[in-house]
Ligand binder design. Structure first.
Ligand SMILES: Cc1cc2nc3c(=O)[nH]c(=O)nc-3n(C[C@H](O)[C@H](O)[C@H](O)COP(=O)(O)O)c2cc1C
Ligand SMILES: C=C(O[C@@H]1CC(C(=O)O)=C[C@@H](OP(=O)(O)O)[C@H]1O)C(=O)O
Length: 389
């Protein structure tokens, strides 16, 4: 499976084309819309999220609620486009609809300056429109298709918040995946620990009041992946590395950890590794899961636990960072009209979906996947085979 996306933040629409989804898999619009609406919610977002109501239009690859095996194309319209028609141009090929308000001031922390230098655009709008995290809308749509595939195979994925502005949620290892999904859904900051919910919201409100921004840590937890998915034989087939790459590809994400992650550097090997056990009903399993579900680039069959760190939003409402105008070379301090103060809760939904995509991709590479019923049967047989191995 693979996907591409197209579209600008304030353009007409965002599109994704997903290839490699098995034929004859049930897929409903609601499955995708639920994910899109979840991504829009969460304390700390700015005015743009009040304008948009993200709903998917399935424009190819699905008939009568089932995938065809052909590419699936998904479209999400930008409701904000109507306010930007003049600037974006109704028709991208119309020469009269050219740039009306040229952006010459690159914002620190964004793709603006590096993108302008690379592509030679003297109107930075040509960079910022595409580099905006608005694009994560259709990445979530693609991930929702992947999540549907995983769900039908008994694999569940849940994303939530672990930390905001240094306020850390307690480790709650005993929660089931259904509980994780339910609690994070009900929480305005998508955290599983009720005790830190209000302090997190207060920290976001405080940052917003100050015209500043804050970051945090998201976690994705996956149950039901059989052992041995991925491979150790080549760097680009290691599934943990693919997941790490997909997490850091989310706008503003700067690091990844599996299981105890960076803490492992301070611990002895005897306290880090997960010993192997076997039982008739479970097959091989571990009593601990400190390494977060991966050994040698492959799943261990234990839950996958991966964290991603998001830096604070770079556009600051009242504390503009200094930069240089590319036309005049004069320094300036940027002023802005709107921005999110904290998008960590929303980003946890994005992370859940990009991880789901990598898992579905690895599964469809490893097992026969032209037809969904075939894939399902192959996974069931493989689970039985490894249990008795
Ligand atoms: C869901 C989400 C919402 C975001 N909202 C904003 C925003 O409102 N303002 C902003 O300056 N950056 C926002 N960002 C972050 C920028 O898109 C990101 O920092 C920028 O594209 C540069 O990429 P980099 O930080 O990965 O280098 C958001 C990121 C995510 C994931
Ligand atoms: C639109 C979304 O996020 C946007 C991501 C973003 C950025 O610079 O990344 C900047 C803001 O957009 P705008 O400049 O239109 O206010 C966010 O609202 C979204 O998540 O759907």
């Amino acid at each position: 499976m693979r996907y591409l996306t197209a579209g600008e933040s304030h353009g007409k629409q965002l599109t994704t084309i997903i290839e490699g989804v098995p034929a004859r898999m049930p897929l409903l619009q609601e499955d995708i819309n639920d994910s899109l609406l979840r991504r829009q919610k969460g304390h700390g977002r700015g005015k743009r999220m009040q304008i948009e109501k993200d709903l998917v239009d399935i424009t190819g690859g699905v008939r009568h609620g089932e995938t065809l095996g052909s590419p699936i194309s998904l479209v999400v319209h930008n409701d904000d486009f109507k306010h930007w028609v003049d600037i974006m141009g109704e028709d991208p090929l119309d020469p009269d609809a050219k740039i009306r308000r040229v952006v010459t001031r690159p914002r620190p922390g964004h793709a603006d300056l590096n993108g302008a230098l690379k592509y030679g655009h003297r109107d930075i709008r040509n960079i910022l429109e595409r580099s905006s995290a608005r694009e994560t809308t259709v990445r979530v749509a693609a991930g929702a298709v992947a999540k549907t595939l995983l769900k039908h195979l008994g694999i569940e994925v849940s994303g939530y918040v672990k930390e905001i502005a240094g306020i850390r949620a307690a480790e709650i290892d005993t929660l089931t995946i259904e509980e994780r999904q339910k609690i994070s859904e009900a929480s305005p900051v998508r955290v599983l620990d009720k005790d830190v919910e209000q302090p997190m919201m207060d920290a976001i409100d405080e940052a917003k009041k100050e015209g500043d921004s804050i970051g945090g840590i998201c976690e994705v937890y996956v149950e039901g992946m059989p052992a041995g998915v991925g491979s150790y034989v080549h760097y680009d087939r290691k599934l943990d590395s693919r997941i790490a790459g997909s997490v850091v590809s989310i706008n503003a994400f700067k690091g990844v950890e599996f299981g105890i992650g960076f803490q492992a550097s301070q611990m002895n090997g005897s306290k880090v590794h997960d010993e192997i056990t076997w039982s008739e009903d479970k097959g091989y399993y571990r009593k601990s899961n400190r390494l977060g579900g991966f050994e040698g680039g492959m799943t261990t069959g234990m839950p996958i636990v991966v964290k991603g760190v998001m830096k604070p939003i770079p556009t600051l409402m009242k504390r503009p960072l200094q930069s240089v105008d590319i036309e005049t070379k004069e320094p300036f301090k940027a002023t802005v009209e709107r921005s999110d103060a904290c998008a960590v809760p929303a980003a946890s939904v994005v992370m859940e979906h990009v991880v789901a995509f990598e898992l579905a991709k690895a599964i469809t590479e490893q097992f026969p996947s032209d037809q969904f019923p075939q894939l399902k049967k192959a996974i069931e047989e493989y689970r039985e085979e490894i249990r008795c191995f």
